[in-house]
Design a binder for this molecule. Structure first.
Ligand SMILES: Cc1cc2nc3c(=O)[nH]c(=O)nc-3n(C[C@H](O)[C@H](O)[C@H](O)COP(=O)(O)OP(=O)(O)OC[C@H]3O[C@@H](n4cnc5c(N)ncnc54)[C@H](O)[C@@H]3O)c2cc1C
Length: 386
């Protein structure tokens, strides 16, 4: 039976990032993904490297906006190849986004954006620097990039041992190690690990007893003759009315707008046709010059999986819970992945788990008889368009 220092359950952003960090530190690590890498929340995310500005919209800096503020800088170091994981090979969809108001609250927002609190985060932009669709609006530029998440997953998974297998159970054996029962393409297998990191998103609830909460979203996808656009339509509210990211559909090269924000939260209780009707109305209100009847539409129901909060609200930061030699994580946001991986490395050291490999030895690991986990598809490359 293959034996590991660490087994990671789940191949989303956190599982992959953590696997690279632990392997770099000399831990003999295996990652187990039941489906495809990123197939949970990660490939369904909008790929925004938040710096917290949208959470500051209420006019004061909340816990969320402060915790996330350092993250764009941290990601930049990885994207410049200055820190491991080296993300210099990833694709960046846009280096910045736009933020504009939906009308009616502009003077309040303008003075807020001009305040000392916000002036380092946003910059007023007008005229030809703006995409056509935004020329008539009061627009601010936000230095928060949007990444091609699939390219991030490809780079992270290139040099680690990521296997396609569902972890069915985790039991402690007589020596205190964990015995993981796996199911892969109908075959069963077992491995053991000194430490198990549960990074399975919603799947953590099945294997662990750490309380979790789901926040349901219903995202909208619209495809057609659209110019790429990245940004937030805001109101004097903590949540943008619409958050739009743009992507290219793999089969026909057309632009897809992937739309979240308040629309996706309201949409969680709506049927597909009702949400599409609401999205048409909302988008027409913001972009009346675009012919929305010419577009094709699809939606995606997806839950955010988070560590449980007393009030059920959005956590400010990642949740990392340790019970003996089991660590359960929910990053809350993709951007927090580096912070979570640092914390897990710290917990391993604090648990006096020593790496059994010398640095760089990872490539010579014995390979269990399991298929390699591949990177998954984006929701818009797998959607039923209407
Ligand atoms: C619609 C949406 C938009 C978002 N936009 C952003 C954004 O723009 N910026 C941002 O920072 N954050 C965003 N987020 C949040 C972000 O996507 C998540 O916080 C992050 O992707 C969670 O990563 P994860 O690795 O913890 O989990 P996941 O990505 O959910 O990965 C968990 C993996 O575990 C696997 N798994 C489950 N059970 C098992 C098992 N028993 N055995 C083996 N494998 C298992 C699953 O198949 C899955 O691949 C968004 C989330 C959603 C839903």
């Amino acid at each position: 039976m293959s034996q590991y220092d660490v087994a990671i359950v789940g191949g989303g952003i956190v599982g992959l990032w953590t696997c690279v960090v632990l392997q770099d530190a000399g831990y003999k690590t295996i990652l187990l993904e039941r489906s495809a890498l990123g197939a949970g929340q990660t490939l369904a995310s909008q790929g925004i490297i938040h710096g917290g500005t949208k959470y500051a919209l209420t006019g004061k800096l909340t816990g969320s906006s402060e915790a996330v503020r350092a993250m764009p800088g941290r990601w930049k170091q990885h994207m410049a190849g200055e820190m491991s994981p080296d993300l210099s090979g990833i694709a960046i969809n846009t280096p910045y986004q736009w933020m504009w108001d939906a009308g009616g609250v502009s003077s309040k927002l303008s003075s807020f954006f001009a305040s000392k609190l916000m002036s380092s985060r946003v910059q007023r932009v007008a005229g030809e620097q703006l995409p056509d669709a935004l020329r008539d609006k009061r627009v601010y530029q936000l230095q928060e990039p949007v990444l091609d998440v699939q390219s991030v997953l490809k780079v992270l998974s290139a040099n680690i041992q990521a296997c396609q297998a569902e972890v069915v159970s985790v039991e402690a054996d007589a020596t205190g190690r964990s015995r993981l029962s796996l199911n892969s393409a109908g075959k069963t297998a077992e491995i053991t690990a000194a430490m198990v990191v549960h990074a399975a998103g919603e799947g953590n609830e099945v294997l662990q007893r750490v309380p979790m909460q789901r926040r349901p979203l219903h995202m909208v996808m619209v495809k057609g003759e659209l110019s790429p656009l990245w940004g937030h339509v805001i109101e004097a509210n903590a949540n943008p009315r619409l958050t739009i990211t743009s992507h290219t559909a793999i089969n026909d090269g057309q632009t897809v707008w992937y739309v979240g924000g308040q629309l996706a939260e309201t949409g969680a209780s709506l049927e597909v046709a009702e949400l599409i009707a609401l999205a048409k109305q909302e988008l027409h209100g913001v972009f009346p010059d675009i012919d929305w009847q010419q577009m094709v539409w699809a939606t995606l129901k997806i839950n955010r999986a988070e560590g449980a909060q007393a009030d059920g609200g959005r956590p400010d930061s990642p949740v990392v819970e340790q019970q003996g030699m089991q660590i359960t994580v929910w990053p809350t946001k993709l951007v927090f992945a580096p912070m979570v991986a640092d914390e897990i490395l710290h917990r391993l050291e604090a648990s006096q788990l020593l790496p059994s490999l010398s640095t760089g030895e990872a490539e010579s690991l014995d390979h269990p008889d399991l298929p390699v986990a591949e990177v998954g598809q984006y929701p818009w490359d797998n959607a039923n368009w209407v």
